[in-house]
Design a protein around this ligand. Structure first.
Ligand code: UDP
Ligand code: MG
Length: 372
């Protein structure tokens, strides 16, 4: 069986260019060709390819003095925090940039906050915002977005399911000119039901939003500062951040990232996630596409419904006069009346919507890219 060996074990070895076989514990290096190093462990042949890539991904990344903020929303994740901050520091230090990490404690009831206080005491680049109660992941992300000072902003979950080692790859993509890079848990370590429902969710969201992503709801994402300062998330809208960004005109893409099983504690989202998701999508489409022109949506629906209703009533009226057939008992009669009334109602809702928009006109609904 061929499989990858833990990069730590390899990095501890002596020389990067050494192609001689050598002993490291019970692992024996056999040879190296290009970026590949071949090992033998307990007699089985295995290979390892990541060694050179590991180094390259930091060397190739030119961040030009940009600063990086990492936002970590968390709710009762006491066991993961120290491990996560150690892993984060290791990656962020290697980027050779000015960095900060914002842990947003979303009203944890376990010892998460005292862990964070300790982490902050040791290194004050790790900051913490603590909520009075549990407001949800979206609110936690928003608090982080408001506080973040970096040119590039990373968000990730606190449960060690996301890998900080993916940060350089995400930043590289931002450097290519994207505004938001979303992680794609290509090989996902979650229960089947979650993977299955998320496939359906991603399919429908892609269809309605017009942006094909495999994974809208990955905790690991990277943003340019401008995106973070212009996106507002509330309720459970964090699932749709790439959609909000895309509909606002930002350039969105995704890259495959590694994903791990939850190490400690359990998931914070129960069955309710399946129900709320759909309503959120409707709200999203409505508020981004039609918020400034409600009559465009409701007027359209109203006219279709009213026209169908009127046509039916007209048809029945003609029948009554020319063929003298009674029409009041026919189901079609009620359908016609219903459609006509519903059509008028849609129209009125649209008009009321327009009035509300008119009184709210001072609020910006556009994002300026550049001015000359
Ligand atoms: N989370 C949060 N507030 C909540 C629920 C979750 O800040 O009300 C955090 C949680 O601590 C974790 C991240 O959001 O860091 C993702 O949550 P979880 O791992 O439970 O979601 P899953 O991976 O199961 O989708
Ligand atoms: Mg998780």
């Amino acid at each position: 069986m061929i499989e990858e060996i833990n990069p730590e074990a390899v990095n501890q070895e002596k020389s990067a260019d050494d192609t001689e076989g050598e002993k490291n514990g019970n692992t024996q290096r056999i040879k190296q060709t290009g970026q590949r190093r071949y090992f033998r462990k307990n007699g089985n042949k295995r290979y390892f390819t990541r060694f050179r890539k590991e180094q390259d991904k930091y060397e190739q990344l030119n961040l030009n003095g940009k600063s990086v903020s990492v936002i970590v929303p968390l709710y009762n994740e006491e066991d993961s925090l120290v491990e996560l901050s150690v892993a984060l520091k290791k990656v962020l230090d290697r980027l050779k940039v000015n960095w900060e990490v914002y842990f947003v404690d979303d009203g944890s009831t376990d010892s998460s906050f005292s862990k964070l206080r300790e982490i902050n005491r040791v290194n004050n680049r790790f900051k913490c915002i603590r909520f009075k109660r549990n407001y949800g992941k979206s609110a936690a992300l928003q608090a982080g977005f408001d506080a973040a000072k970096g040119d590039y902003v990373i968000t990730m979950d606190a449960d060690l399911q996301d890998d900080p080692e993916e940060i350089p790859a995400l930043l590289k993509k931002l450097n290519e000119g994207y505004d938001l890079v979303s992680g794609w848990k290509k090989v996902r370590k979650d229960p089947f039901i979650k993977k299955f429902s998320s496939r359906i969710f991603n399919f429908f969201t892609s269809l309605m939003v017009g942006l094909r992503l495999h994974d809208y709801n990955c905790g690991l994402k990277a943003y340019v500062r401008e995106a973070v300062k212009n996106i507002r998330v509330y309720g459970e809208m964090h699932r749709y951040i790439p959609a909000i960004a895309h509909l606002s005109g930002f350039r969105v893409t995704e890259i495959a990232v590694s994903h791990y099983e939850r190490k400690y504690g359990k998931t914070k989202f129960g069955v309710s996630r399946f129900f709320n998701g759909f309503f959120d999508l409707v709200t999203l489409i409505f508020t981004t596409r039609y918020i400034k022109r409600p009559l465009h949506l409701f007027g359209f629906l109203g006219i279709i419904s009213f026209t169908c209703g009127s046509a039916i009533i007209l048809y029945l009226t003609i029948l009554k006069f020319f063929e003298a057939t009674p029409i009041s008992g026919r189901p079609l009669f009620f359908v016609g009346i219903l459609l006509a009334i519903v059509g008028l109602q849609f129209f009125s809702i649209g008009l009321i919507g327009e009035m509300i928009t008119k009184t709210n006109q001072d609020k910006d609904f556009y994002i300026i890219d550049k001015t000359l």
